[in-house]
Write a protein that binds this ligand. Sequence first.
Ligand code: GLU
Length: 280
Amino acid sequence: MASRPVLRFAPSPNGRLHLGHAYSALFTWAAAEALGGVTLLRIEDIDTARCKPEFDAAIIEDLQWLGLSWPEPVLRQSSRFPAYAAAADRLKATGLLYPCFCTRKEVAERAAGVDPDGKPLYPGTCRNLSPEKRADLMAQGHPHQWRLRTNEALALAGPLTMTSFDLTGERSERQVRPQDWGDAVIVRKDTPTSYHLAVTVDDAFQGVTHVTRGMDLYRATDLHRLLQALLDLPAPLYCHHKLMADEGDLKLSKSRGSAGLKDLRAAGWTSDEVRRRLGF
Ligand code: GLU
């Protein structure tokens, strides 16, 4: 028997939810309903410096206010560090990760172009350090992140595609180009993972079959597909929705940023009004 589709909403608790998040959440729950599936809630709190428990609680409050619910306990990425470390160890054992001692400033100064996000592309400074030099820097306790030998990894994995779906049942496939990200950071200096590794490991752990998220993460999928191949994890289907560029009259006059759901609530909005105005 085919199992039911599993989707997830995966916010980071580094601020209050705003209308962009509400759109993404409502999109995901609507997609799950259309597919006859369920939506799980995953709190992406690997960034322990920026993520706050009060934002975590506020996310739950805001989602419940929108009338959304999830059938399993919330998965918090901060409880999953051993799983990420195990995945990173597996990649390290294949020789596909190497320690990089460069600072952000050094990468920016020597950038080899830009990555798909328009950020400085890592020029490969630490890729070919001698084992002695590497061991020496590690022994001296130099902070380091772990980067992927992306070209070697891709050569090993072979050409990869991502499959996109939409709610009309259309599917399309495109060959991914993880190499456009250069040697991406897989394990950060400050946490035992990165967004890319954590999301890949957890989508598989939670049995996610359909990933819905904003267009801003469209090209990140190229890296996720490569990590899935390297870690023998299944590839979900993907749907990247539009980003809310202009909220028009939904923006509270006093707020300069995107309207927070809490502020809208305080200003008298009902959740039905928010849903309607966002098209759900
Ligand atoms: N945590 C990410 C964010 O809040 C979303 C991750 C994802 O959907 O893959 O932007």
